[in-house]
Every structure is written in structure tokens, then in C-alpha cells.
Design a protein around this ligand. Structure first.
Ligand SMILES: [Zn+2]
Length: 321
């Protein structure tokens, strides 16, 4: 049975979009990039456009990873609050919606890789259906040379040059007949192209990138990752830390197990992918990343969704003062 509050699939987003457009009218502006697979990758922007753009702060929220569906469900819940004044579960929002729309321009990319989302067999991952080893093979594909083990993590690969898994992992997005990219590690992705399109219009100062991870053998349920060490100038770093601590505190007050904000810890080639793709962004704007527990029996889907939504809600409250 479909979990009505946990909406994470492309067709569910399309249904919601129709409702939102009817209710919000001109307050909702819709942009999109076409993916190579023929999906629309949406930038959904809400604001009170009677207020001059120069009097508002622009904030971007996005999901790059198709195997992290609570990020989508959380964004859909927040858009629902900004449009209808209520959560997707029906309860009233605690956000001051008019103030949010008067003081911010907020853009959501709820599904960065719709083909990947469509290709998942599961609406969400709560640890009840598959062990993590299987989950990682769904993400990255199962290594043809090492049965049961996840395949490589590439920024981009070409099926003419590598022995790719069958099926290819759902984290990857095809960008032509041969090349596939991990969306947040390549500028060829719909996720990256959409950001460039939107940023040209609104010049964002804040980017909340929404993710999930398994926190294997750890009680942690939520944490904020800062950019790689030394990636952001000092003033932006201090802003990132203050913002991250505010979200962490909100999670603690909601009863979630957290750890202190920390730098993204990638090294080697994965760190190089980040430096190439995020270097300029981290020099210019505040950007932090949520990590909410995925595929863990101690953190069910409704809590995953609520934790992602709370990170966005806390961000909006912070920006309106
Ligand atoms: Zn992720």
C-alpha cells in the first residue's frame, strides 16, 4: 500500500505539482531541465513576487541521489506547507508562510535523477526488506567481477570503456547512449545543469543539499556535513557552522540521535570529484549537506522524511529571523 504522506516518486511529484500550481498561482514558478531519459527535472520556486528580489534571500534545496527518497518526501512536505499551510500528513504547518515568502526565494529540486528514482523497486529503505550489502549493489550496481559486492563509484563512466554492471546502479544518470554520471560529481548531470539555470535567475546565497546514509554500526540518525576542510573561506565557514548547529539542535529537540557537524571526509579521487564540482560554489555561498539515516531499522521512513523536512524548516526560520 502506498504511504500517502511519504511521496518520493516522479509520478507522485507530478500529481502534487498540478495541485500546487492550481493553489499557488503566480507564487509558484516552474523551471525544468529535460534529462536524456526524457524526464523533467524540476526547479520549483516559491516567493511573494510583489516583494523586490533585492529585498529577499535566495535559497536552494536539492536531491542528487535517487536511492535517498526521504529527501524528496521531505521537500514535498515543505512545499506542501508553503502552498497549503499544512504537512502532507494533514497537520497544520508551524512556519510563518507569508513571512517566508516575503523574505526568501526558495527553490526545490526534489528529484534530481528521476530515471534512477523510477528504477528503484522500493518507495523507501527502512532496513526491513534488504541488507545494506544488497542496498549498495542497488545504488552502484553489482560488480560483474565480484558477485554480491558493489561496483565502482565514478563521476562519469562510458559503457564502451568499462565493464559495467547489469543493471547499472540507480545512483547513475545516463547523459547519452554510453555515458553515465553520478549527479553531484559531474556537471553533465541534470541536477548540475538545473542548478546553473536556476542560479542565473536567482543568484543563491544558501544551498541545502539533502542526503541520506546508512550510519553503519552507529546510533547516529542525523548529521550535517560541512564542505571539505578549507573549501570555504573563513566567513562562509563560520556561517555554515552556525547554520549546521541550528539544524542539529532542532533534530536533537525532535528526539533524533545526532553528532556534531563535521567536514566532508572524502579523500583521494572522491575528494577530487568534490573539488572539481564544488570548488567555486563553496567559495561563493553557504552550502551544507544533510545526512539522515537510510535503511536502518531504528529510523523508519516517516522519521527520515520528518528529519529532512525539519532541516529545511529550520533553514527557512533562520533566514527570516
Ligand atoms: Zn547522497
Amino acid at each position: 500500500m502506498e504511504n500517502r504522506a511519504f511521496l518520493s516518486r516522479p509520478h507522485q511529484l507530478e500529481q502534487k505539482l498540478a495541485q500546487w500550481k492550481e493553489q499557488a498561482g503566480d507564487r509558484l514558478r516552474l523551471d525544468y531541465e529535460m534529462s536524456y531519459s526524457g524526464h523533467k527535472v524540476y526547479g520549483i520556486t516559491l516567493s511573494d513576487w510583489s516583494v523586490p528580489q533585492s529585498d529577499k534571500v535566495a535559497v536552494y534545496a536539492a536531491q542528487p541521489h535517487a536511492h535517498e527518497p526521504a529527501t524528496t518526501a521531505g521537500m514535498i512536505d515543505v512545499i506542501e506547507q508553503l502552498v497549503f499551510g499544512r504537512h502532507t500528513t494533514g497537520s497544520a504547518t508551524s512556519l510563518d508562510v507569508e513571512k517566508v515568502l516575503a523574505k526568501t526565494i526558495v527553490t526545490f529540486n526534489p528529484i534530481g535523477n528521476p530515471l534512477g528514482s523510477d528504477r528503484s523497486r522500493y518507495d523507501y529503505y527502512d532496513g526491513s526488506q534488504i541488507p545494506n550489502e544488497r542496498f549498495w549493489c542497488i545504488m552502484f550496481g553489482e560488480d560483474p567481477d565480484r558477485p554480491g559486492k558493489q561496483w565502482h563509484r565514478y563521476d562519469v563512466f562510458d559503457t564502451r570503456e568499462v565493464k559495467a554492471p547489469d543493471p547499472i546502479g540507480i545512483v547513475y544518470e545516463p547523459v547519452d547512449d554510453f555515458r553515465h554520471v553520478e549527479p553531484n560529481r559531474s556537471q553533465l548531470s541534470s541536477y548540475s545543469r538545473l542548478f546553473r539555470r536556476m542560479d542565473a535567475q536567482y543568484r543563491y546565497l544558501y544551498w541545502l543539499d539533502l542526503h541520506q546514509t546508512e550510519f553503519v554500526n552507529s546510533p547516529t540518525q542525523c548529521c550535517i556535513l560541512l564542505p571539505l576542510k578549507d573549501a570555504a573561506p573563513q566567513s562562509l565557514h563560520e556561517g555554515n557552522v552556525a547554520w549546521a548547529e541550528e539544524i542539529t539542535q532542532a533534530w536533537q529537540e525532535a528526539g533524533y540521535t545526532t553528532i556534531s557537524p563535521k567536514h566532508t571526509s572524502y579523500t583521494g579521487v572522491q575528494a577530487e570529484y568534490f573539488r572539481q564540482n564544488w570548488g567555486k560554489v563553496h567559495q561563493r555561498m553557504n552550502r551544507i549537506t544533510t545526512e539522515v539515516k537510510n535503511n536502518g531499522a531504528d529510523f523508519p521512513a516517516d522519521k527520515q522524511m520528518a528529519a529532512e523536512a525539519l532541516a529545511i524548516e529550520t533553514t527557512l526560520r533562520r533566514l527570516i529571523g
